[in-house]
Design a protein around this ligand. Structure first.
Ligand code: HEM
Ligand SMILES: [Cu+2]
Length: 653
């Protein structure tokens, strides 16, 4: 890379699979461009989506991106499992396998789980709070487009320049220039950096939204638990992401500017990176799991028709988990030679997290106890989460025993454990949340039968895939190996595991089919409250109008909408009683998109050490910042008769 890159490797070629993928990417892109042009949708796309600052639309864009990335990460997973199905396979080369576990891990955590939680933050939080938007709608759009172009840059490495292959943790010295030339690692560093800025901004945005934009009367202890979980997750974001930012920036300086922060020969220390990485990396798993806890809380109480058991202990445990998650990061390198005292401290801290988590699980079970339970899709995924997370938690406590970790470390036992908590927690939770809030987002319900097929394939596949891996761990199979010799006895377990992975893939396909089928045969939700919900978002029509609430309701108790329904009240009463007033809303803007394009250009330039291009990109970013700060008309009022017309059309007067 120092010598500049070679043109022959600019477009990745060679492997027939990659060429096929490239051809299909080009075809799909051309197809999309053709459809947009043929149906004259460019203007619509620009005005309604790309420039939008509406939290609901931004949420939907995050959701689409997350599902696409779940697909890509899933294909990566299936390729790896196919390679591991039999001993001595040569379906993938070692080099290709390294790239795939790197992109799989990075994409699943940063470009699937993160946008998925942000999707639900955006779609749900303002509605649950009784607000008209987030605190900083413009910044919200900036966050989305930074995430989008970060993910785009990362995925581009697949066809241009080459994918990163240093693992999703990207440890030096492996990822230093000497050992890892080529642009792959640069793609990793820059794309995470760009989307990371967006994540920090989202964290700030939602903390302020939750603290400042609640409807009158909704004090913190009356706030829905999902909002609490978002608050705790965002607090973790704003304290942990800066550590990642620093780690990535320093490694970048090592690579492109010849610095030696992490190169031991020149007085640097790779352990510095590893600490910084996990100071972010461990809390990161709580960033994605805490919102899932909030989702489960909402769903359990709605589908049991009871208020949540132990509300205050739920709040306390969320907050406790978010604080303690900072004091455990060293469990990721128990074997790297810290003293027994240090290891003991972090072992005990890691095990401690099981306590508040256990409290939550018992509260969910007590909420279900003697409830009138309905087994719709959101509730099914919630119930499936319980055993999955309990087993994952138990194996986590096993890993937290520092001396025992010398045995499990970097074995397939670990792979089984973290997939169990990451799939049982965030993935089940996000799917449950998607099903739960889908009617609110789009105004129609998803077909339950197809969804149940998806559910069963995914769940059964899950256990078939990951249970054998615990055994493989005990039998000595380590992670990140692309193949293994026959005679190890690992073949059978690996084969079973691969079958499980394919069953999960089928489950995902069912979900895709379910969405497509339901788009065609729309089961309209005309009530706005299809599940007999308890929180304010269900008081609105589905989908909610642009301004959400014509009148901001006064909240008197928890489960505000449920209590209103008990008293026979609705938002229509407010419309009747108060008439309509103009509503103050932010203007759409193309600048978040343009600015993120500039970030992308700069990132792409630095990936290839084209400093001129990096500089042009940064100049663009600054230019758009200045332009924005000079802008005066950033908001408008929706006139009262337009509100009246909209509310009338929705049958709310
Ligand atoms: C369909 C389900 C999935 C399957 C079959 C699967 C399979 C795999 C496999 C085979 C590996 C590589 C093991 C190795 O050789 O070391 C892996 C690694 C990994 N997976 Fe998954 N995975 C799935 C879902 C997920 C999800 C949902 C997440 C996160 C939210 C995730 C996060 C990771 C991470 C972080 C790694 C480590 C990558 C690294 O070693 O750098 N996976 N997965
Ligand atoms: Cu950890």
């Amino acid at each position: 890379m120092k010598e500049g890159f070679e043109t022959s490797s600019f477009i990745v070629t060679g492997d027939p699979m990659i060429i096929a993928a490239e051809v299909s990417i080009v075809l799909v892109t051309l197809g999309i461009l053709f459809v947009l042009t043929y149906f004259k949708k460019w203007k619509w796309l620009w005005q309604e989506w790309i420039t939008t600052v509406d939290h609901k639309r931004i949420g939907i864009m995050y959701l689409i991106a997350a599902l696409l990335m779940m697909f890509r990460g899933g294909v990566d997973a299936l390729l790896m499992r196919t390679q591991l199905a039999f001993p001595n396979q040569d379906f993938l080369t070692s080099e290709h396998y390294n790239q795939i576990f790197t992109t799989h891990g990075t994409i699943m955590i940063l470009f699937m789980a993160m946008p998925f939680i942000f999707a639900l933050f955006n779609i749900v939080v303002p509605l649950q709070l009784g607000a008209r938007d987030v605190a900083f709608p413009y910044l919200n759009a900036v966050s989305f487009w930074l995430f989008f172009f970060g993910a785009f840059l990362f995925n581009l490495s697949f066809v241009i320049g080459g994918s990163p292959d240093g693992g999703w943790v990207s440890y030096p010295p492996l990822t230093e220039l000497n050992f890892d030339p080529g642009p792959g690692e640069n793609f990793y560093l820059l794309s995470l950096q760009i989307s990371g800025i967006g994540s920090i901004a989202t964290g700030i945005n939602f903390i302020v939204t939750i603290l400042k934009m609640r409807a009158p009367g909704m004090n913190l202890m009356k706030m829905p638990l999902f909002c609490w979980s978002v608050l705790s997750s965002c607090i973790v974001i704003i304290f942990s992401f800066p550590a990642l930012t620093i780690a990535l920036a320093l490694l970048m300086l090592d690579r492109i500017a010849g610095a030696h922060f992490f190169t031991m020969l020149h007085g640097g220390n790779p352990m510095m990176f590893i600490n910084l990485f996990w100071i972010w990396g461990h809390p990161e798993v709580y960033i994605v799991v805490l919102p899932a806890f909030g989702i489960y809380s909402e769903i359990v109480s709605t589908f049991s028709k009871k208020r949540i058991f132990g509300y205050s202990s739920m709040v306390l445990s969320l907050m406790l988990i978010s604080v303690v998650s900072y004091f455990v990061w060293v469990h990721h390198f128990f074997t790297m030679g810290a003293s027994a005292g240090v290891n003991s401290f972090f072992a005990v801290a890691s095990m401690f997290i099981a306590i508040p988590t256990g409290v939550k699980v018992f509260n969910w079970l007590f909420t279900m106890f003697r409830g009138r339970i309905r087994l719709n899709l959101p509730m099914l995924w919630t119930i499936a989460f319980v055993p999955c997370f309990v087993i994952g938690g138990a194996t986590g406590v096993m890993l937290a025993v520092a001396p025992a970790d010398y045995q499990y470390h970097n074995s397939f036992f670990l792979i089984a454990h973290f997939h169990q908590v990451l799939i049982g927690g965030p993935v089940f939770g996000l799917l449950a949340g998607m099903y739960y809030w889908w009617p609110k987002m789009f105004g129609f319900k998803l077909n339950e039968t197809l969804g149940k097929w998806g559910f069963w394939f995914f769940n059964i596949g899950f256990y078939v895939c990951f249970m054998p891996q615990y055994a493989l761990g005990f039998m000595g199979m380590t992670r990140r190996v692309y193949t293994y010799p026959a005679g190890t006895g690992w073949g059978t377990y690996n084969f079973i595991s691969t079958i499980g992975a394919y069953l999960m893939g089928l489950g995902f396909l069912f979900i895709v089919v379910q969405v497509l089928y339901s788009l065609k045969h729309k089961e309209r939700d005309l009530t706005g409250d299809p599940w007999d919900g308890r929180t304010l978002e269900w008081a609105l029509p589905s989908p909610a109008p642009h301004y959400n609430f014509a009148h901001i309701p006064h909240v008197k108790e928890r489960d505000a909408w449920w209590e209103m329904k008990q008293r026979g009240e609705s938002l229509t009463d407010l419309n009747k009683k108060k008439g309509f007033e103009p509503v103050h809303m932010p203007n759409n803007s193309g600048m978040p998109f343009m600015m993120s394009v500039a970030f992308f250009i700069s990132g792409f330039g630095f990936v290839f050490n084209w400093y001129w291009m990096g500089a042009v990109g940064i100049a663009g970013v600054l230019l758009f910042m200045i332009l924005r700060s000079l802008q005066r008309n950033t908001d408008h009022h929706i006139p009262s008769d337009e509100i009246r017309r909209t509310e009338t059309a929705l049958g709310r007067v």
